[in-house]
Design a protein around this ligand. Structure first.
Ligand code: SAM
Length: 235
């Protein structure tokens, strides 16, 4: 079963035991994956459910539900100050593979990127593909970009951390000994957070943490933060 190809299906495509495939999905299954009528594949709804399905022309027959247990025991929201260029693509891809539940792109005082509306579509597509590839049952949510200050004041999760490259802050490993069900962790842009942003985050309940003694790139820091959290909560 695990060898079968997986594709993400929108909830409205499931109708009376059938999956109505889009033209793109028909092309992908038939031309790219070379599946023929009668061949089986896994359909995932991106919200926790997988089904074994059988290809039948422009649709597929749902055969049975498939149980998957690949999700982390904690819901991790990553708040990332958008890095320049296409750096965020890599953050979305790698952090989806690592198990993130939600990614909140934020515009900080030193963010250089001004994302176009097409970027959000692109990031959501990357998250879907990465979730299929890493056999996740959920596709992480990618929120619309907002300013960092809006994001920190709106967030009320009980465990909130902000990664700061300089200063005497405890290592993330140390503060995560009592992991709860939900965590929010924020990482900054190439130029780092401003002092004001750190102060705002602290007064909104974010605890500053270190990821070690080396200065990590804006793209590397969220991946390291996610890796540390998964290593602690997935034993
Ligand atoms: N230009 C900043 C400086 O020199 O202090 C460094 C910014 S760093 C390239 C980008 C972001 O990654 C930081 O804002 C922070 O959130 C995170 N980061 C990088 N290294 C880190 C570390 N060792 N500990 C905690 N956070 C780190």
């Amino acid at each position: 079963m695990s060898q079968l190809q997986r594709i993400a299906i929108g909830p409205s495509q499931f109708q009376q035991g059938q999956i109505l495939l889009t033209k793109e999905q028909q092309h992908y299954l038939g031309r790219v994956l070379r599946l023929r009528e009668g061949d089986r594949f896994i359909a995932m709804d991106g919200r926790g459910k997988w089904w074994l399905a059988q290809l039948a022309d422009e649709q597929a027959q749902v055969l049975e539900p498939v149980s998957v247990e690949t999700e982390l025991p904690v819901l991790i929201t990553l708040m990332v100050a958008l890095p320049k260029g296409n750096g965020f693509d890599e953050v979305v891809r790698s952090c989806t593979e690592l198990g993130v539940a939600c990614i909140a792109p934020v515009l900080s005082d030193r963010t250089l990127l001004d994302p176009s509306p097409q970027k959000l579509e692109r990031w959501r597509r990357i998250a879907t593909e990465a979730a299929e590839q890493s056999e996740r049952s959920f596709v992480p949510k990618i929120l619309e970009p907002v300013t960092f200050n809006t994001a920190v004041t709106a967030n009320q999760t009980s465990h909130r951390y902000i990664c700061e490259a300089r200063g005497e802050y405890p290592h993330l490993n140390k503060v995560l000994s009592s992991i709860s069900e939900e965590i929010v962790i924020a990482t900054g842009p190439e130029g780092g957070w401003t002092t004001q942003e750190i102060e705002n985050a602290k007064s909104s309940g974010f605890q500053p943490v270190s990821l070690g003694r080396r200065i990590l790139r804006a793209v590397t820091a969220p991946i390291v933060a996610l890796s540390l959290i998964t290593a602690i909560c997935e034993v």
